[in-house]
Design a protein around this ligand. Structure first.
Ligand SMILES: O=c1ccn([C@@H]2O[C@H](COP(=O)(O)OP(=O)(O)O[C@H]3O[C@H](CO)[C@@H](O)[C@H](O)[C@H]3O)[C@@H](O)[C@H]2O)c(=O)[nH]1
Length: 202
């Protein structure tokens, strides 16, 4: 997916992101405020120093849910949809490590300071991974064979999305460094050392 793909939000959250971009475009047109919109694909993973991770009381996102199952905080992981037209039947997403996203922010700010031009960038790795691949990677890295339940498709879920981030790569000189393996490895390290999230440290 490139930056100029047609907009078609499929959730309230997606609609709010589009509204913000629309407001930024108006501000660009009618004021001197310039902006860069960074369009994250599936932000995931934990910081490399193991200090910052995903501590959600409630989440619908796959990677923290898989981690909760691997540490034994939940009984199982549900796979939503096994009949998609993909190689293994499960949906495909572009998981991008939070450290790669952080780097992109710095480079985008530096670039905006130089160009003073509003723009938008897709931030993804360009590599799609299926739900099953995420689950299998988490089982292998954690060494825990947690229970998996096969469920019907989740309403509003697209079959496959991954980023074409060549614009960010060429204009910001940004290149994602981390793979799904790194994402799961850092997430597992954080979750296995913080099974109760940040609670113990507060
Ligand atoms: O328990 C789960 C949770 C998710 N999935 C699947 O895993 C994939 C990834 O799901 P998720 O982590 O929820 O991400 P997306 O659905 O791709 O949602 C992304 O994009 C949405 C719309 O912008 C945002 O709301 C989310 O925060 C953002 O992570 C999807 O195919 C889901 O159907 C499962 O099979 N089981």
């Amino acid at each position: 997916m490139t930056e100029d793909a047609p907009f078609g939000p499929e959730s309230v959250y997606g609609e709010t992101k589009l509204m913000v971009e629309t407001m930024l475009r108006w501000l660009d047109k009618t004021t001197s405020l310039k902006s860069t919109s960074l369009r994250y694909f599936n932000a995931s993973g934990a910081s490399l120093d193991n200090k910052i991770g995903e501590d959600w009381r409630i989440t619908g996102n796959l990677i923290p849910l898989v981690m909760k199952a691997a540490v034994g905080k939940t009984e199982s992981v549900k796979i939503f949809g096994t009949d998609y037209p993909t190689p293994d039947g499960t949906a495909i997403r572009d998981y991008i490590h939070v450290v790669d996203l952080a780097t992109a922010h710095v480079q985008a700010l530096e670039s905006l300071a130089k160009t003073n031009q509003s723009t938008a960038y897709n931030l993804g790795t360009g590599v799609g991974s299926s739900v099953k691949e995420v689950v299998d990677t988490a089982k292998r890295i954690s060494g825990v064979d947690f229970k998996v339940e096969l469920e019907p498709r989740r309403a509003g879920d697209p079959v496959a999305i991954w980023a074409d981030s060549s614009k960010a790569q060429s204009e910001l000189n940004w290149k994602p460094q981390y793979t799904l393996e790194d994402i799961v490895r850092t997430a597992w390290k954080w979750h296995s050392t913080h099974p109760n999230g940040y609670t113990e440290e507060q």
